[in-house]
Structures are given as C-alpha cells and as structure tokens.
Design a protein around this ligand. Structure first.
Ligand SMILES: *Cc1c(COP(=O)(O)O)cnc(C)c1O
Length: 368
C-alpha cells in the first residue's frame, strides 16, 4: 500500500466543484488583487475565529515581519523564538533589523519550553514569538504571564495551528496578534502563497494593513513606505471555499492521530506525541520520537510509506546562523530531538487502513 506524506489532490477532488467554481468566479470578475473575494474571506475567517481584524497578506513569513515592523521592533532589539521551527520564525526577526534569540524546546511537546524563556530576556528584548508547532499550542498562560511581567509583545506564530486551542481559547488570541500561513500544505491551505494577521487591536490592524499595501489604505495616498504583501483574489476565493470544511478535516486528523496512538502504543522503541492538558491539538504534523530513526525512515520508504523531518536541523545550527556561534550544549533538547523526530503521514483524506499499515510496518521494523 502506498501511503504519501500528504495528498493535496485527494482534498481537491473531495471539493472539486466548489474550488473550480470559486476560481471561475474570480476570473469572470477579474478581481485578482483586492476586491470583494479578499474582504469576504477576511470577514468569514474573522467570524470563524472570533477576532475583530483579519488582514490578508502574501504569505505567512511576511505577516510576522509586518507585525514586528508595525510594533516598532528593529535595530538593536532582540526577539525570542524557539530553536525548533521553520526559518520564517527567525528570519522575519532578522529582516526587521532585530536579533533572533533562540530558546530550547520541550522534549515531549516539541515547542518552546516556557521554563527556559526568562533566562533569555535582556534589556533589549522586545517580543516573544512562540510557535504552536505541529498543531499543538505552547503553554500560553505561562508565556503570557512572562510577557506581561517583562512588558514584551506576545506574537503567536500560528502557521501550523489553525483552530488549535489552549484553555478554551484559540491560537493567535493570547497576545497582541497572531500570524497565519495558508501555504498549500497547511491545515487551511491556498493554491499558492497566502497568509493573514489576526488582532483585536484597531490601531495595529490599520498600520499592518497599510504597511502591507505599500503604505496606503487608499490608492496613491502613501502615508509611509511599505511592502507589497497582499492576499490575492484567487487565493482568497479558494480559502473561502475551503473554510467550511476545516473543522471536519481537523476532526479527521485527530481521528488518524488516535488511530496511530491505538496501534503504536505498545512499541517501546518510539515515543508518541503527547497532548498538552486542556488543549486541542490539530495535528498539522504527527511527530514521533524514534530509536534508529534514519534506519526506520529508510525501511518505511522501502515500503512506500513517505515520512518527513520537521526539522532536520534546529534553527541555531543552520549555516544561516553560524554567526551566532551556538553549540549543541546551548539547546540540549533540540539537539536530542534532531536525531529522533520523524513525521508520519498525516492528512484528513488518509484512511484508517493506511494508519494501521504504517503502524504494522513500524512494528515490523523493530522486530527485525
Ligand atoms: C509555514 C510556516 C510559516 C510561514 O510560511 P509561509 O510559507 O511564508 O506562508 C511560518 N512559521 C511556521 C512555523 C511555518 O510552519
């Protein structure tokens, strides 16, 4: 049995009529940039999320950059983010002129370890960007308390956590703003690059909107220089067509995670992902910790099961951050996880048969 890591085509075929109609409508109205498709999606996403402002942007990386710029973060400042994430979380900090400061991660929840945050705070620290990695939220009560105590901005990177919850509140609603990516493979994905900012802060919302649209809310009236980072009409229409299905897809991801848990819980050589108490994990990724990880990965590949690594190298050890001179001792947990993490196939359209097959093959590998 072939088990791909994800299957965007299967998702497309499940709602082909809606998607095709949405695309045709945008072309028919030539509403490619701006226009009502963008406004409609922003309104619907805001309603679904329970947030006042949604600002569509060109991608998720830009949303982080735009937010930090409009919060006045720049040269000489420091921003704390986890050692294990996609590079957007840290490169957007550098782009503002600030310095990314990495914090180690939690051995079972994989995201930033709130107990290692305060030691990273200096007089230059302006913000903390926790990343709700894999669809599981960080301990936002503790992180929020730290931000309040030290008067830091709390910006949530929700690129992997659409509709995830902690203590009954959704990702992106704990701090000043949340940042989303709608990259095609995300839990809510466009058919190209797309992203959005959410915030309940009126003034920040207006600034971000202006900055992402060349510094002008009204054409030709540039209040400042900005950048060009707009959500386009086609992507907005596709996202709007997909939005009603997101919760159903999320429930399916959760069911597949439960299935993995059921069929893998007796395998001693692996550690299954743990769900943080009082939280809703939306399983953007299903990451196990595995002994002999590379050999397991190869064995699964030979059995037509596609797996992946998120991420093969912790951010501080990438060539891009060589100048920070970090050593493995600086982030012992991220260093340990690097050798053990393995992302198993996870997408709404996979079947229980597939998760059973993956589990059987993992068991077979360790019995050899
Ligand atoms: C996907 C992702 C982003 C943003 O990605 P874009 O491709 O720019 O939309 C940011 N942070 C994390 C953790 C991500 O996974």
């Amino acid at each position: 049995m072939k088990v791909p890591f994800a299957d965007l085509k299967a998702q497309y075929f499940s709602i082909k009529n809606e998607i095709d109609a949405a695309i045709a409508k945008v072309i028919d109205e030539t509403a490619f940039i701006g226009g009502h498709f963008v406004k409609d999606f922003e309104e619907k996403f805001g309603k679904a999320y329970g947030v006042k402002h949604v600002i569509g942007c060109g991608n998720g990386t830009d949303t982080l950059y735009v937010l930090m710029k409009m919060l006045g973060i720049g040269n000489g400042d420091e921003v704390i983010t986890p050692a294990n994430s996609w590079i957007s979380s840290s490169e957007s900090i550098t782009q503002t002129g600030a310095k990314p400061v990495f914090a180690d991660v939690h051995p079972y929840y994989f995201s930033i370890d709130e107990s290692k945050l305060e030691e990273k705070i200096t007089s230059k620290t302006k913000a903390i960007i926790p990343v709700h990695l894999q669809g599981q939220m960080c301990d936002m009560e503790k992180i929020k308390a730290i931000c309040e105590k030290h008067k830091l901005f709390l910006i949530e990177d929700c690129a992997q956590a659409h509709f995830s919850e902690f203590n009954g509140l959704k990702a992106g609603l704990f701090g000043i703003a949340g940042s989303f990516s709608f990259y095609p493979g995300k839990n809510l994905g466009a058919y190209g690059d797309a992203g959005c900012i959410i915030t309940n802060d009126d003034s920040l919302a207006e600034k971000c909107k202006m900055y992402a649209r060349h510094g002008a809310l009204i054409k030709h009236q540039h209040q400042m220089e900005g950048i060009n980072s707009r959500l386009d009409g086609m992507q907005a229409a596709i996202l709007e067509a997909k939005l009603p299905y997101v919760m159903e897809w999320t429930e399916k991801r959760i069911a597949h995670a439960n299935s993995y848990c059921k069929y893998l819980s007796d395998v001693n050589e692996i550690i299954l992902p743990k769900v943080r108490p009082n939280s809703k994990h939306t399983y953007h990724l299903y990451v196990i910790r595995a002994q002999k990880r590379n050999d397991l990965m190869q064995f699964l590949k030979e059995n037509e099961i596609e797996t992946s690594l998120h991420y093969p190298t912790p951010l501080p050890y990438l060539p891009a951050y060589k100048y920070l001179n970090h050593s493995p001792a600086d982030f012992p947990v991220a260093t340990l996880l690097q050798k053990e993490i393995l992302s198993l196939p996870m997408y709404a359209e996979m079947t229980e048969e597939m998760s059973v097959f993956v589990a059987d093959k993992i068991r077979e590998f360790y019995k050899k």
